[in-house]
Design a protein around this ligand. Structure first.
Ligand code: ADP
Ligand code: MG
Length: 655
């Protein structure tokens, strides 16, 4: 018996004793080796016309024997000579393990890490097998050799036995795995079934370019069941060779060559969705870094999208072999809804999360993915508004969190993808549309935040602004105001003018809560009136503030109000809606409170009543009126009154 080289031994030891959970990848590794061997033979045949290779016959075959507890992976590829068996399987010669050697030298790393980082190639067989026999016959040779090992100390190489690859032109390799017994930790029995193997091939090797064949059991109805006795079986079973993998990677094709229906079917079967995607994005790169990418924007949000169990990521393939089912580094969090595949021969086959992060190639692909998704969404918004609105209702929240979580750094990328409900138009508008439709004289983007559109639309501050011809964006998602605070302002690029439109310069517009106390929307005349009213009624405001106490920071006249007698506004960074959201959060006790300002409408008859009470020196009445106005302003905002019993009593006392 020949001894394994030291590095090989170390790797094998890790492999066998590791607690690595993803043992099933051995099949992917062996199939990819078989596929490589077929590639090598095809390539040789292409360049050497004396070789007689029929490309159509080249295939990988997977079979199992339940009683002997073996799985066999066979190919009719280039095969290995005795020397090659020694060289390739006796030492760590392959790429992934080279990296292992370079990186770790003699150090004993954590097993999981190492196996995760540098796949494992052929030796991964030992994760499930207690013994492996490789019978190989090199193309052009008439003698097959058998390599055999228990993966511990060493291996043997001998001429193959009679019946093993001794037919005419029987080149290629059989890898026979003698499976370990099933344990609680690893169920190896599942590999000894048609269904189990098929599943693994579909999952990991579906797009290998060569056919992966399996003998499968088919049952067919008996032709003339009437002629049979009652207890005779109505079906006959037979064995049939079937190609299990789909072979042609749809993502390699140009989008113009593929029917949308085929994309839809592929999407639904691959990503287990029932609805068609709303958008399909396919792109390709060639050169120093080559890859094919196929992305989908789902039609519906998966039920767990906003839960912490949801895993974002694109499937990563290298030369049609699955490396990682969900490569998170390929997608930013705010595009976490995107599903799809990236396939690049330049990305190393054996790679793990840790190394991926440092992988410049992946970063380059991720950047392009992000740009592509963004431009697709922009196109969709422009060309198919209805679909975009549906998309936004499903996934808009993620985009908003993208701005919020990046402290506004991503605002430039994401702001133009946002939609808001317009109080004036009663439909969705983008920030750009808002600015383009903005009347002269307004230099801000106005919004209101609360829990329902209907209620917001009726807020005095909103109806007042709309009456003046200004639009107000109605924000009803919890994240909205926090996002707006993070982005602060909206930058709009210059718009070129044309025959009908004068165009605009680039502008930066602040997003402002319409309930902000010092908002300046009124006409000069109204402002003057308000100033006058303020001057004339200083005593009144002071008395009302005294009556309301800590409930408000101040009482004042607002020129902005049109119809309502009074409204609540806020000073400072915290709005009423933000306060409400934070009060529902885990840190409710520590949440900062909004600074409330009771705003009065000096044009409203109620204002006259207040002034009257104050002039008459009726403190009791003034306190009652103040309290009522404050409470009704709270109710209009959709907030609970502080003391409902007191409020009810006050209303009755008026009657
Ligand atoms: P890698 O595929 O990264 O080179 P592996 O450990 O998977 O590493 O395989 C080691 C080497 O063994 C391969 O490079 C190849 O030369 C050889 N080999 C493995 N399987 C086969 C096969 N089925 N046919 C021919 N050669 C093979
Ligand atoms: Mg390999």
């Amino acid at each position: 018996m020949k001894q394994f080289k030291t590095e090989s031994k170390k790797l094998l030891d890790l492999m066998i004793n590791s607690i690595y959970t993803n043992r099933e990848i051995f099949l992917r590794e062996l199939v990819s080796n078989a596929s490589d061997a077929i590639d090598k033979l095809s390539f040789a045949a292409l360049t050497d016309s004396s070789m007689n290779v029929s490309q159509d016959d080249l295939a990988i075959r997977v079979s199992f024997d339940k009683d002997a507890r073996t799985i066999t992976i066979s190919d009719n590829g280039i095969g290995m000579t005795e020397a090659e068996l020694e060289e390739n399987l006796g030492t760590i010669a392959h790429s992934g393990s080279e990296a292992f050697k370079a990186e770790h030298g003699d150090a004993q790393g954590d097993a999981m890490d190492i196996i995760g980082q540098f796949g494992v190639g052929f030796y991964s067989s030992f994760m499930v097998a207690k013994r492996v026999r490789v019978v190989s016959r090199a193309y052009g040779s008439d003698q097959a050799f058998a390599w055999e090992s228990d993966g511990v100390e060493g291996y043997t190489i001998e001429p193959a036995a009679a019946g093993e690859r001794d037919g005419a032109n029987d080149h290629g390799t059989d890898v026979v795995l003698y499976l370990r017994d099933s344990t609680d930790e690893e169920d190896t029995d599942r590999f000894l079934s048609e269904w189990g193997l098929r599943e693994l091939i579909k999952r990991y090797s579906n797009y290998v370019r060569h056919p992966i064949q399996m003998m499968v059991t088919k049952s067919e109805p008996v032709a003339n069941p009437e002629d049979l006795p009652d207890d005779a079986p109505r079906y006959i079973e037979h064995q049939e060779l079937e190609t299990v993998n789909s072979m042609t990677p749809i993502w390699k094709k140009r989008q113009s060559e593929v029917e949308q229906d085929d994309y839809n079917e592929f999407y639904k079967s691959t990503f287990h969705d029932y609805t068609d995607p709303v958008r399909t994005i396919s792109f390709h790169a060639e050169g120093a870094l080559s890859y094919d990418a196929l992305l989908f924007i789902p039609g519906e949000a998966p039920f767990d999208l906003y839960s912490k169990d949801y895993e974002k990521g694109l499937a990563l393939y290298s030369s049609n072999v699955l490396i990682q089912e969900k490569c998170a580094d390929l997608l930013p969090d705010y595009y976490n809804f995107v599903r799809g595949i990236v396939d690049s021969p330049d990305v190393h086959l054996n790679i793990s999360r840790e190394t991926l992060q440092q992988n410049a190639q992946l970063r380059a692909i991720a950047k392009r993915v992000e740009r592509k998704v963004k431009s697709e969404l922009e196109t969709m918004m422009a060309d198919d508004r209805e679909a975009y609105e549906g998309f936004f209702e499903n996934f808009g929240r993620g985009l908003k969190f993208g701005i919020y979580n990046s402290y506004g750094m991503k605002a430039a990328d994401l702001a133009d993808l946002l939609l808001f409900w317009s109080a004036k138009e009663e439909k969705y508008v983008s920030l750009r549309e808002y600015v383009l439709a903005m009347p002269e004289g307004l230099d801000k983007i106005l919004y209101a935040a609360g829990d329902s559109r209907e209620r917001l639309a009726k807020l005095p501050a909103v109806t007042g602004a709309v009456k003046r011809g200004y639009d107000v964006l109605l924000c009803t998602a919890d994240v909205d105001e926090f996002m707006i605070q993070a982005m602060r302002s909206y930058h709009m690029d210059a718009v070129a003018g044309d025959a009908e439109n004068p165009g605009t310069d680039a502008r930066d517009l602040e997003l402002t809560n319409v309930s902000t106390a010092d908002l300046d929307l009124a006409t000069d005349e109204e402002k003057e009136q308000a100033e006058q009213a303020t001057k004339d009624n200083e005593g009144l405001f002071a008395a009302m503030k005294t009556a309301l106490g800590e409930k408000v920071a101040s009482v004042r006249v607002s020129a902005n109000l049109t119809d309502a007698p009074a409204a609540l506004a806020t000073e400072g960074p915290i709005s009423l809606e933000m306060e409400r959201v934070m009060m529902q959060g885990p840190d409710a006790g520590m949440a900062p409170r909004a600074q409330r300002v009771l705003e009065l409408n000096a044009k409203h008859p109620v204002f006259g009543k207040l002034a009257e009470a104050q002039q008459a020196g009726d403190e009791e009445k003034l306190a009652l009126y103040s309290s009522l106005l404050y409470d009704q302003a709270l109710l209009v905002e959709g907030l609970p009154v502080d003391d409902p019993v007191e409020f009810a009593k006050n209303v009755c006392s008026l009657m």
